[in-house]
Design a protein around this ligand. Sequence first.
Ligand code: ADP
Ligand code: GN1
Ligand code: MG
Length: 355
Amino acid sequence: MLTEVLQAFDLNTTTSIVSFGHGLINNTWKVEDGEDSFIVQKINTSIFKQPEFISDNIKAIADYLAEHNPEYFFCTPVSTINGKGIFQASDGSCYRVYPFINRSHTVNVPQNSEEACEAAAMFGRLTKMLRDFPVNTLKITLPDFHNLSLRYKDFINAIQNGNADRINKSSSEISFLKQQKHIVDEYEKMIASPDFKLRVTHHDTKINNVLLDDNGKGICVIDLDTLMPGYFISDVGDMMRTYISPANEEEKDFSKILMREEYFTAIAQGYLSEMIDELSDAEINFFVFSGKFMIYMQALRFLTDYINNDIYYGRKYEDHNFIRASNQIYLLKLLLDQEKNFQKLVFNIAKKLRG
Ligand code: ADP
Ligand code: GN1
Ligand code: MG
């Protein structure tokens, strides 16, 4: 299959191809072609049902940035020999290609708080650069992706109709998540308020979606499939979910999950250094809510998938999604303990930046 794909993008077909990265949704390979290397990705079309929307959005944004912020480095995909952003192979599967950025690397957890600050600033800068982009012209590549109300409904549906053994096993996790329904209520109030703005939002701000140079400085953001209209809480929340703890969602030993204030401060400092003039006071007030929102939603999604027999995330071992969900619940509890303290830190940083 890859031969057909490589030909479509005019790449050498007798080259070395290695599987790459740690994503849960798409398949990624690195392909060498003489001096140059490329990233080839098979888009998971059972999730992204209209993959051409992804390439339409990326093209619209690349064109906008080239015109308005030509100095900003945006990783633009390679076109096929027919000038398309995506190639559909004979079996219906869809592929796209990016130039491999040389001397770049990614990390799965930040190595130090400077890296967390840098990544947060990179995502903030992307949204800031696109502040005047007509956000509503973007296509919705994944409908209801961060619609917490719908994720909660899916969870309720799963606990009513899902795998009975797994529902039994998860009873304390289920009752904890139900007790936290106030997070859904707060989210609903937030989206109804005019103080919260839809902006161009990345929606997957894990640290391995920033390419770093040898000095740990950000080169560019990648993984642009879910670049679409959204609220800042999606981006800041996923940073909190994935940069603050030294152990990630895969960790089975929960004593390794920590809520490190230094890393939280780094996120707030990095993101607000770019976004301070864009955010309303009401949004600043919801900064820590972002983390609750994203960690809670991820716990709901993992537990829902566990109860539905792992149909979305798949699994590497029997209780994989149960462990992932329990891990996120543990992280959420740690954040709830720090909520007031962290929000105070945000107010201080915002005050200093506003001068
Ligand atoms: P996924 O959706 O599976 O997370 P990504 O687009 O994030 O896919 O790519 C997976 C990994 O491949 C990244 O974490 C990064 O290490 C590497 N990668 C992706 N694009 C590039 C690129 N243009 N140059 C160098 N490395 C890349
Ligand atoms: C998926 O593709 P990847 O691994 O970057 C998921 C995110 C989750 C994440 C959890 C389209 O992201 O929403 O936060 O797994 N992406 C999709 O690791 O569902
Ligand atoms: Mg990724």
